[in-house]
Design a protein around this ligand. Structure first.
Ligand code: ACO
Ligand code: KIV
Length: 568
């Protein structure tokens, strides 16, 4: 029971009055303009901010992914940020279709230094911000609305001046963030934006990127979408604006907020790889991009090698990507639970058989191969797993198409091991268990062993009807015995031979056989469902390059398995 009375300590976020909201019936059909803020918002939230080498590695990765706008730092804040921007420019590292973006507070000295940093770049976005929320106006700035507008306008006018001075050297675009937008009254957000637009003299040809950040995610994502739609419908000269969103993830719904904001009219998204950023992070652009991808929308970001993105992100941020992180986590293409495994393996088989282009596999919203992940880890086995998963591993790794009843039987063996050992079994251990149980002979646990055999047709006797006589050498517990029997085929003849020599009674209920591999490696696998001396039904499995030998091995496999404790 909570001891804090949340009803007095916290208050619900007021909804936006927008009864004719349009966004709920829209869908996302094109990629937004992406802006990576890894090197700024992501960097400023790190325990150890990135040095040059890490920044450069991240920069190269972002470029390779296809980002065309990258916020490279807060150059007035630190020498490292300043020097990094200079290096990109002086070493001609900025591709011609990429624009760098830099952040600054609305303070004269910081703005001047920011311009110094970008001088000589082909194109730069100067990103100006000041906090506009009710709370920050009161507790941080001690100012009324007009005072806050004043801060923004002083900065905007200076930026316009300095941009004009830089004409012909560096093309400057403008971005303004009414920071803490989500805590700002909407009419005030529009008012300050319109004032900044006027101060900057923006036009549809030279628009302002108006970034409406969920600096703190304070409400459900539908309310953020309402805020964006309300803003877009109310602000004057909408066509001189590019509406950008910058969601943080305080409530864990930044991805949803960004998506709904796009439906509400946002044109651009600022975010980071895997959501690194202040507190619970920025919106994760990789997830956003792949969410689009799985809806058939080209995200215009290359996320095809997700493992290398994880590797770079973990190296640069020194923070791990969670094993359950959407699309990227180590475990997100893995099912341990039986019913999931069963559906996945049936789904994969159906897809292979149908040859259809469209991806449709239960529990796998995306083909792991599309992000460079293999199928090896799709099914892993522990005590939550079922027969489908175990059978999948046997087929995937060893080509065994086990009959349904054998799957049930063997999965009980695996279940016993995983329950006893309380851990995952790797594919090698599953195969070992199968070999030990079904394919081993001539050991203490599996004393029966086939040494050799020959068959001859029964001739001369009346009504022999294709019967054969089989003569074999069989070992039991190391002792060799020659056996002989006649039957409708080799299995029948062998069963009769064993009965005559040892008194063992093997009744064959069902028979399956298939080949595995091809060429010199080809061999036959035979599965026999049997009752051995009233024990069973139980399976015997035989494997050999010779199809008859495979079936005789299967008979002795059943005999061996009837000695197991569980059949006593
Ligand atoms: C939501 C965000 O992520 S915004 C980006 C935040 N990122 C960072 O802060 C990282 C880099 N920042 C820094 O290194 C430093 O804060 C600097 C160099 C920018 C400024 O440092 P300092 O001037 O020493 O201190 P500090 O950041 O505490 O400045 C606070 C002052 O700036 C004012 N201020 C804060 N934001 C702004 C702004 N956007 N525009 C104008 N003034 C601002 C505050 O009112 C306060 O004024 P006061 O000194 O009169 O009380
Ligand atoms: C500077 C702004 C865009 C910011 O980082 C935020 O509001 O989170």
């Amino acid at each position: 029971m909570n001891t804090v009375d949340c009803t007095t300590k916290y208050r619900p976020f007021a909804p936006v009055a927008l009864p004719d909201r349009q966004w709920p019936s829209r869908t996302i059909t094109t990629a937004p303009r992406w802006c990576s803020v890894d090197l700024r918002d992501g960097n400023q939230a790190l325990v150890e901010p990135m040095g040059w080498e890490r920044k450069l590695r991240l920069w190269d990765t972002l470029i390779a992914m296809g980002f065309k706008e990258i916020e490279v730092g807060f150059p007035a804040a630190s020498q490292t940020d300043f020097d990094f921007v200079r290096m990109l420019i002086e070493e001609n590292r900025i591709p011609q279709d990429v624009t760098i973006q830099v952040l600054t507070q609305s303070r004269e000295s910081l703005i001047a230094r920011t311009f110094e940093a970008v001088r000589g770049a082909p194109h730069a976005i100067i990103h100006l911000y000041n906090s506009t929320s009710t709370l920050q106006r009161r507790v941080v700035f001690g100012l009324e609305e007009d005072g806050i507008i004043d801060i923004a306008l002083k900065g905007a006018r200076l930026i316009r001046e300095l941009a004009a001075d830089m004409a012909g050297i560096t093309k400057i675009s403008y971005e303004y963030s009414p920071e803490s937008f989500t805590g700002t009254e909407l009419p005030f957000a529009v008012r300050i934006t319109e004032a900044v637009m006027e101060a900057l003299g923006v036009t549809p040809d030279n628009p302002l990127i108006i970034n409406l950040p969920a600096t703190v995610e304070m409400s459900t994502p539908n309310i953020y979408a309402d805020q964006i739609e309300w803003f877009a419908r109310t602000v004057k000269n909408r066509d001189a604006l590019v509406i950008s969103v910058h969601p943080h993830n305080d409530r864990g719904t930044a991805v949803a907020a960004a998506e709904l904001a796009l439906m509400a009219g946002a044109d651009r998204v600022e975010g980071t790889l895997f959501g690194n950023g202040e507190r619970t992070g920025n919106v994760d652009v990789v997830t956003l991009a792949l969410n689009m991808f799985t809806q058939g929308v080209d995200p215009k970001l290359d996320v095809a090698n997700i493992a290398s993105l994880v590797e770079v992100s973990e190296y640069c941020t020194r923070l791990p990507v969670h094993p359950r992180h959407p699309y990227a986590g180590e475990l997100v293409y893995t099912a341990f639970s039986g019913s999931h495994q069963d559906a996945i393996s049936k789904g994969l088989a159906a897809l292979r058989k149908s040859n259809q282009a469209e991806w449709e596999v239960p529990y796998l919203p995306i083909d792991p191969a599309d992000v460079g992940r293999g199928y090896e880890a799709v099914i892993r086995i522990n005590s939550q797993s079922g027969k489908g998963g175990v059978a999948y591993i046997l087929e995937r790794d060893h080509g065994l198409q086990t009959p349904r009843k054998l799957r049930i039987e063997f999965s009980e063996t695996i279940q016993r091991i995983t329950d006893t050992e309380e851990r995952e079994l790797n594919p090698g251990e599953i195969w070992d268990a199968f070999e030990t149980d079904y394919l081993t002979s001539g050991t203490e646990e599996s004393p029966w062993r086939l040494v050799e055999y020959t068959t001859v047709p029964v001739t001369g006797s009346e009504g022999s009807d294709g019967k054969r006589t089989l003569v074999a050498t069989v070992e039991k517990g190391g002792e060799s015995v020659k056996v002989e029997g006649t039957g409708n085929g080799p299995i029948d003849a062998f069963v009769n031979a064993l009965k005559a020599a040892f008194g063992i009674q093997i009744q064959v209920l069902d028979y399956h056989e298939h080949s595995v591999g091809s060429g010199a490696d080809a061999h036959a696998i035979c599965y026999l469902e049997t009752i051995v001396d009233d024990k069973g039904p139980l399976f015997g499995v035989g494997r050999h390059t010779n199809i008859v030998k495979a079936s005789l091995h299967a008979v002795l496999s059943a005999a061996n398995r009837s000695l197991r404790a569980r059949y006593k």
